[in-house]
Unconditional design. Structure first.
Ligand code: SAH
Ligand code: SF4
Length: 359
């Protein structure tokens, strides 16, 4: 029997290790040598923890194998954005994107392989759902980076890679603990952002966590009719319900809004969005549409994006027009994997539609 310690909270993993070491008749201080190898001073394999006796290392490897991912592709963009495509043990591929900005290094991580929600502008959505990631595989994306180079440890983590984090709540719940706790990765809660389309029951669970984790909600449309065109999840959890849930969220929320030419980028639409965002005092993140995700949609013109941003600000909403990072390496939401797998887009589209209905 083997156990995946990397998918437990640090507290639980420590208890398991303490018990196991005690059963082997090891001295109690041993846990202080073994435990930090999970997250604080990670090793890829127990064999590399050379401060431990060889027999202990072998026994650890048998009882608690450290799951690893192998780097399939690594791309560096002209603007410094780095993209990592990892192969998991069962061959599924997921990606993380590292975005350096001054002293900050933000790592965008995946919570699922693929995504069932089929938003029309999203490359991951086109791929369909493959499977949920374990906590060890989600937080493991940070761990792998540290194994490659400890100075690469991110200062910030955002759940904006592949997948919908709140449809994998149990693993994401544990991952938040691993990322944040001092005996895990020790990243401040305010430097960790969960991005979601608004899966209401799990949004409530997330809101109940006492730490100051940040929340970003993918809105993309200020009316139910328009949102339904872009995001099938609107049929299950409506804009009105999501906005209502946000009123009860105790911390400031970010609203994500991808600008799509001729779809959701008119100044009238900005006015409608302002009506939603203003009472919440939400920050609106305006994202240029990354064309790779949706060949049949066009990005808004620069002039239109600026007009949209200006209108929101004029209405008293704090809005930021983001630069599109890593354009030359397709660093947005599932794009690298879709590119690598190739194949006919039409076939993938059918698959995405199959998965787009939400239970
Ligand atoms: N499923 C979650 C988190 C992953 S998507 C969510 O949707 O919030 C993370 C962000 O990437 C979302 O805000 C999404 O709208 C954005 N995104 C997806 N495809 C995009 C594209 N083609 N161009 C720009 N942003 C995109
Ligand atoms: Fe899934 Fe988010 Fe992409 Fe929508 S935008 S398909 S929810 S990953």
């Amino acid at each position: 029997m083997s156990l995946d310690l990397l998918s437990l909270t640090p507290e639980a993993a420590k208890l398991v290790l303490e018990d196991w070491l005690a059963q082997r008749g090891e001295a109690p201080y041993r846990v202080r040598q073994v435990f930090p190898r999970l997250w604080q001073r990670p090793v890829a394999r127990w064999a590399e923890a050379t401060d431990l006796a060889a027999a202990l290392r072998t026994a650890l490897a048998e009882a608690f194998p450290l799951r690893s991912m192998s780097l399939k592709t690594h791309q560096v963009s002209g603007d410094g954005t780095e993209k990592f495509l990892w192969a998991l043990e069962d061959g599924e591929a997921i990606e993380s994107v590292l975005i350096p900005e001054g002293k900050r290094r933000t790592l965008c991580i995946s919570s699922q392989a693929g995504c069932a929600l089929g938003c029309v502008f999203c490359a991951t959505g086109r791929m369909g759902f493959r499977r949920n990631l374990s906590a060890g595989e989600i937080a493991g994306q940070v761990r792998e980076l540290m194994l490659r180079d400890p100075t690469l440890k991110p200062t910030n983590v955002v759940f904006m890679g592949m997948g919908e984090p709140l449809l994998n709540w149990d693993a994401v719940d544990t991952t938040l603990t691993i990322l944040n706790r001092a005996d895990g990765l020790g990243i401040g809660a305010r430097h960790i952002t969960v991005s979601t389309v608004g899966i209401l029951p799990n949004l409530a669970r997330f809101a109940r966590r006492p730490e100051q984790f940040r929340l970003a909600v993918s809105l993309h449309a200020p009316s139910s009719t328009l949102r339904r065109e872009l995001m099938p999840i609107e049929k299950k959890y409506s804009l009105a319900e999501v906005m209502d849930a946000l009123k009860h969220f105790r911390r400031r929320v970010t609203l994500e809004y991808v600008l799509i030419g001729g779809k959701n980028d008119s100044v009238e639409t900005a006015d409608q969005l302002a009506v939603l965002a203003q009472p919440l005092e939400a920050l609106v993140n305006l994202l240029p549409l990354h064309p790779g995700g949706a060949p049949d949609l066009t990005p808004s013109s620069r002039a239109q994006m600026l007009a949209f941003e200006r209108r929101l600000k004029h209405r008293g909403v704090e809005a930021v027009l983001r630069r599109s990072r890593g354009l030359d390496i397709s660093a947005a939401c599932g794009q690298l994997r879709v590119e690598l797998e190739g194949g006919a887009p039409s076939r993938r589209k059918v698959r995405a539609e199959e998965h787009a209905h939400i239970e």
